[in-house]
Design a protein around this ligand. Sequence first.
Ligand code: PBG
Ligand code: ZN
Length: 322
Amino acid sequence: MRMRRTRNNPLIRQMIKETSLETSDFIYPLFLVEGQGIKEEISSLPGVYHFSVDMLEDEIRELEDLGIKAVILFGIPDHKDSCGSGAYDPDGIIQKAIRKIKDLSAKILVVTDLCMCEYTDHGHCGILDQEGQVVNDQTLEYLAKIALSHAQAGADIIAPSDMMDFRVKRIRQELDENAFENIPIMAYSAKYASSYYGPFREAAQSAPQFGDRKSYQMDFHNGDEAMREIQLDLDEDADFIIIKPALAYLDVIKEASFTFNIPLVAYNVSGEYSMLKKAIEAGLLNEDVIYESLIAMKRAGAKLIISYHAKEVAKWLKEGRY
Ligand code: PBG
Ligand code: ZN
């Protein structure tokens, strides 16, 4: 057997190519801030911006032109408090952004990240007790309220990222009771307590003010446990499953793709993005490393990828570079 026979020229390589990446695979993250006239580059995420809602139009047109079909929204409120009330304010930053984007475009699905850490003054993803522990079941009530407010503002898909137990079930119940039974839940099911979120926490001002997230996010020593987390979210009727981060967790994506028949989403997180951008900027790596990394996620079994790279890769795909 001569393996090189099917590697000999670009046409034959194209013919036997097992994995592909398309612009429609991407979900592009957008960071929204209060105020007006703001489009500011985020220092920890080169090429990614904070937008005020009035500045979204050009960005949405650009995404449409590139053929990107979905965005995921993160809001940075002006006001934070102990219960994250800005997260379910009908005139909160996310609710305004959802309405604006739905107004601007019928071609882009709006996914909303559902969490409390950007909205709480302590920076944890839920309600705290007196010892500073996140109280699971009390937090569920807030998550349900936030989910409903996203749906009422016009969100297409709700993506809870808090890692509380039973939140998919509670959110599903809240949506169904309010005639939003057709809004899917994209659950961050296997979300690890990871240092790769550093640049995001700077961008979203959501770093915990004390302690860490290890009592609710997964321990990165564990892979089998991710299958249990995913199974539980499927039992609670999650429509999509997110695995996060992606690059250091390709084994988890692969195992999940063998184990479950459900659309899998890889979250190519902020630290993975900035690491490559900085290495490219420094001349250490060629920018083709970006496409290669994203292909690895698809090869592992991801159907969709949430990525800050979406726009640049969409451009390259449009130009026929790959
Ligand atoms: C909110 C949330 C985080 C990310 C997405 N949603 C941060 C965290 O859990 O601390 C990280 C995304 C990224 O790093 O790109 N809980
Ligand atoms: Zn959070």
